[in-house]
Design a protein. Structure first.
Length: 456
């Protein structure tokens, strides 16, 4: 595999995150509780417990680790992780400088290009394939975790295993669903949401006819994560695909793709006119303001509503992305932990990653995140203190990874699928049709762009 050029790094570094750049907090005393004070209580006692094999705590005196981490929109998640890292540092006589940054993807790309500037990084989607040559082998950690925590979802292998080697640890995926107003959907006959895309179109049509807030599903370059989640999922659920299973043959120019685009055009006609202008938070704000009655998103809307708009939280819920002619196929966002192969402290870095993935650390993070961080290990599905097993409004998000896929499916995750994702080829194809471009032109342009990536 050839090294990436500077131009490729800049193109493949993904599109922003959430929050502001911040340093990790000072080390806390050993054994500090994993509870965010005055904000959220983390239940630490569960019915079943998986424990790591007891080994003496290895010390790393004088070692300083640098971490590049995703800054969550949920402040408690950032604080919890800072506390955890401070605890590990204190117990192991080491120092950790963790940057929880909005620009974590760009920072990671810069570190990989320079071959310096960090020891551990949080990766997004299938960038383990993009950066594989610069990432340490974490197979021993991944296999041990899988053996003790019930095994990995298939998508975990897809995003982290490169040529038979685990180049990252799939920490969690972000579960997306349709956030919807139960009161409005009840008025049009869908109190429990919609099971198919045809039902969703019917609900959207009736909402508009009755003068109720319309649906508002983001399809926009400025809202790339939400848009990719929606557009890829619709494409696959209608039987379309960007590439064949061989990961090389471009397959976007099909009747199934045209059917998906015809659907999105029909849906747009009864949707909010702002759907092609939303940024990553635009649909959230519109939903909370009562301007739209449904949108695709993670649980960030619900999290904010619980704290700032309780009347909205009371009247909203979630349902899974609908099924299409090809069944329920859903794009999932992956969050992974990786150790740079150029790190001078690989042993200590691997120890941190392994420790963060143990239940005493990962379970509280999943609880605080309200499915924003859903573990990729089967063990957590039925854990009693997980959000989807506590709050009925989150129950539909349980086990979404079972039908979850990464960009490029049904082909394997690869550098090429990562590049096509970064280019927003699929999102742009859908957005251009909504904007009035004819379907044939949109499909042909997407085909040309994909061939330049997969068949070059």
């Amino acid at each position: 595999m050839r090294p990436l050029s500077r131009r490729e790094f800049l193109r493949l570094s993904a599109l922003g995150g959430a929050g502001l750049l911040a340093a990790a907090c000072a080390p806390a005393p050993a054994g500090a509780p994993q509870v965010v004070k005055e904000t959220v209580e983390v239940e630490k006692i569960v019915e079943k417990v998986v424990t790591a094999t007891p080994v003496p705590v290895q010390k790393f005196p004088g070692v300083k680790l640098e971490m590049i981490m995703r800054r969550s929109f949920i402040p408690e998640m950032n604080k919890l992780q800072e506390n955890q890292l401070a605890q590990w540092a204190a117990e192991h006589e080491a120092e950790i400088e963790a940057n929880f940054a909005r620009e974590w993807r760009e920072m990671t790309a810069a570190a990989v290009e320079a071959g310096a500037g960090g020891d551990i990084a949080e990766l997004f989607q299938n960038t383990a394939h993009v950066y594989a040559e610069k990432l340490a082998d974490l197979s021993d950690i991944a296999e041990d975790l899988g053996n003790r925590y019930g095994g990995w979802y298939d998508a975990a292998y897809q995003c982290a295993v490169v040529d038979g080697v685990w180049r990252a640890i799939p920490r969690a995926y972000t579960a997306h669903a349709i956030n919807y107003r139960v009161d409005y959907f009840t008025e049009v006959g869908y109190p429990d949401g919609c099971e198919t895309y045809e039902e969703y179109l019917d609900a959207a049509t009736k909402l508009k006819e009755r003068g109720l807030p319309p649906v508002g599903n983001t399809v926009s370059q400025t809202g790339p994560n939400d848009s990719a989640s929606w557009c890829y999922s619709i494409l696959w659920s209608f039987g379309g695909r960007e590439v064949e299973e061989d990961g090389k043959t471009v397959a976007i120019n099909t009747a199934e793709t045209r059917a998906a685009l015809k659907y999105i055009k029909q849906l747009a006609e009864v949707s909010s006119p702002d759907i092609t202008g939303y940024d990553e938070g635009g649909n959230n704000r519109a939903f909370l303001a009562g301007e739209i009655s449904a949108t695709q998103n993670a649980t960030s809307i619900y999290w904010v509503a619980q704290r700032q708009a309780p009347e909205v939280a009371e009247n909203m819920s979630h349902f899974r992305y609908p099924a299409g002619p090809a069944g329920h196929q859903q794009f999932i966002e992956m969050n992974l932990l990786a150790v740079f192969d150029f790190s001078p402290n690989k042993e200590a870095a691997k120890a941190v990653v392994a420790w963060l993935m143990e239940e005493p650390q990962l379970s509280p993070l999943a609880q605080v995140g309200l499915t924003f961080y859903t573990p990729m290990l089967y063990y957590y599905d039925d854990l009693p203190n997980m959000p989807w097993n506590i709050d009925p409004k989150l129950a539909p998000l349980k086990g979404l990874a079972k039908t979850g896929h990464l960009a490029g499916w049904p082909g394997p995750a690869s550098r090429q699928s990562g590049e096509a994702y970064a280019n927003q080829t699929i999102v742009n194809m859908f957005a251009s049709v909504i904007a009035g471009e004819d379907i044939e032109t949109a499909v042909k342009r997407a085909e040309d762009e994909l061939k330049a990536v997969y068949e070059a």
